[in-house]
Ligand binder design. Structure first.
Ligand code: TYD
Length: 200
């Protein structure tokens, strides 16, 4: 079983994954991973993508590096775990590339799907998309001390990301579950766990 978590900045995804992992860990063989990254080489590529020094990186290069890190992550981490019958909880996956690179970076769905073709062959069973006004999410992460290259994007960019996610949701309504990100983390994690139990 392959489960992904999606959303803009400051939606609480990472905290939620940890909670879901803790709850499932008691009775199931489960792993928690993330993108970009999630394996040794994929994490090295992540550092290049997020390094604030790489301001001149073009959207195409960004999309290709993310796709490369995903290929490595899939082969090193996701597929072996699925083949061993584990539940894989992943913080971001292909839908992030569709919202961020295809829509917010204007590269288009065709280009992003083409460079991620191998990933479309291994889509999640279910995806939880946490929807939140970008202003609210950004205000939440403003309290964090360190900013990476992508955290420095404008508010307009984050609005495009949200619009991108809503387009992705329309494209894959059977796979993606929309969650109102203004609810408390307790409410959201309870809901997510119920949905996972249904599928299990
Ligand atoms: P991260 O610090 O993990 O952000 P968050 O806590 O919001 O998940 O950084 C991941 C960044 O990479 C985030 O800004 C979104 C971006 N990203 C893409 O643009 N495309 C992608 O396909 C993925 C997986 C991430």
């Amino acid at each position: 079983m392959f489960i992904t978590f999606e959303g803009g900045e400051g939606t609480g995804k990472t905290t939620l994954i940890k909670r879901v992992y803790k709850a499932l860990h008691k009775n199931h063989n489960v792993i928690m991973t993330r993108e970009p990254g999630g394996s040794e080489i994929a994490e090295i590529i992540r550092d290049v993508i997020l390094n604030p020094k790489n301001k001149a990186m073009t959207p195409r290069t960004e999309a290709l590096l993310i796709a490369a890190s995903r290929a490595q992550h899939l082969d090193d981490t996701i597929l072996p775990a699925i083949n061993e019958g584990k539940i894989v909880l992943c913080d971001r996956y292909l839908d992030s590339s569709l919202a961020y690179q295809a829509v917010a970076r204007h590269l288009g769905f065709d280009f992003v799907l083409a460079i991620n073709q191998y990933a479309t062959e291994h889509m999640p069973n279910v995806t939880f998309y946490i929807d939140l006004e970008p202003e609210v999410g950004i205000a939440r992460i403003a309290k964090r001390k360190k900013y990476d290259r992508l955290d420095q994007e404008t508010i307009d960019y984050h609005h495009l990301v949200r619009q991108g996610y809503l387009e992705v949701l329309k494209k894959y309504p059977d796979r993606i579950i929309l969650i109102d990100g203004t609810q408390s983390l307790d409410e959201i994690s309870t809901f997510i766990l119920k949905e996972i139990q249904k599928i299990l």
